[in-house]
Design a protein around this ligand. Structure first.
Ligand SMILES: Nc1ncnc2c1ncn2[C@@H]1O[C@H](COP(=O)(O)OP(=O)(O)O)[C@@H](O)[C@H]1O
Ligand SMILES: [Mg+2]
Length: 262
């Protein structure tokens, strides 16, 4: 075997044995300079918990984790249903999966902006929470992206509950989001934790490759927004009009407070 071919064969074996190496190979399809996969990303894609909940800073790589997990399921010939708040997001994540698939030897038989079918029987179907309803699937994997932003009654509960019966008994669910207030199903996963959920919390300040972006956001966002979007805190209302610090000051016990605390 010529040396180049041997090198390619070794890389292929490495990716088959090491999910982190495989994800890095996928990531390089969109970020050619990517040097490593974050430890939390490896923890997520290798988790065998029935439910995995990712509470992660904005733009940290949540959708990349979901797309990677989707491709791994396609390789197994399984069916994935991916739910996102809006149609634009379903198209985005499907595009990511299609991108990553180019780095595999899977043969795509049919692809639309929101669906992919491979020759081994694997299927990836992305559905928006707004409007579309799907029935009749038997899914191995359920991915919910930007879960805290799901529209509808009970903070997204109705739409997720409608999909859960389609998941096989041994299927796996991934919930990923940045927080958006306390009154939604995603917040419940962390504020009223249940035993069988693998929870992963990653504030932006704990990801070294995001250091300069985090500092920029610290100066650009209000303190409340920063705590929510970067530090992943569940604040009373993700869309509250006043900055929480302003409310805190206005109601403080100090002299001059607009509304002194009693
Ligand atoms: N480990 C990593 N190293 C370098 N770039 C990464 C890594 N993980 C994700 N990215 C890049 O970060 C950007 C945001 O990723 P994305 O998954 O869309 O974030 P999120 O869904 O958390 O907002 C993308 O361009 C993606 O390629
Ligand atoms: Mg995303």
């Amino acid at each position: 075997m010529p040396f180049d071919a041997f090198h390619d064969w070794c890389s292929l074996v490495e990716r088959d044995l090491d999910p982190g190496a495989e994800m890095l190979h996928f990531l390089r399809q969109e970020v050619p300079g990517a040097t490593s996969v974050d430890p939390w990303q490896v923890e997520a894609i290798t988790s065998d918990a029935q439910t995995v909940a990712l509470l992660v800073c904005r733009q940290a790589g949540k959708s990349c984790v979901l797309a990677t997990r989707g491709v791994r399921e396609l390789k197994n010939g399984g069916t994935t249903i991916c739910l996102a708040p809006a149609e634009r997001q379903t198209r985005e994540i499907t595009r990511k999966v299609q991108h990553y698939l180019r780095a595999t030897d899977l043969v795509v038989e049919r692809a639309t902006q929101t669906e992919i079918e491979c020759s081994n029987g694997g299927r990836f179907i992305a559905v928006p929470a707004s409007g579309a309803t799907i029935r009749g699937y038997s899914a191995d994997l359920l991915l919910v992206d930007e879960m805290a932003y799901l529209p509808g009654a009970n903070g997204g509960e109705d739409v997720v509950v409608a999909l859960l019966p389609m998941l096989k008994d041994n299927g796996q669910t991934f919930y990923a989001s940045t927080p958006a207030g306390k009154n939604n199903l995603f917040a419940n996963l962390f504020l009223e934790p249940k035993d069988n959920v693998h929870r992963i919390k990653v504030p932006g300040t704990s990801i070294p490759r995001l250091a300069s972006r985090v500092e920029r956001l610290r100066s650009q966002l209000s303190a409340t927004r920063f705590r929510q979007e970067v530090m992943c805190e569940f604040l009373s209302d993700g869309l509250s009009y006043f900055d929480l610090a302003t409310i805190e000051n206005a109601t403080s016990t100090t002299e001059g407070a607009v509304c002194p605390r009693i």
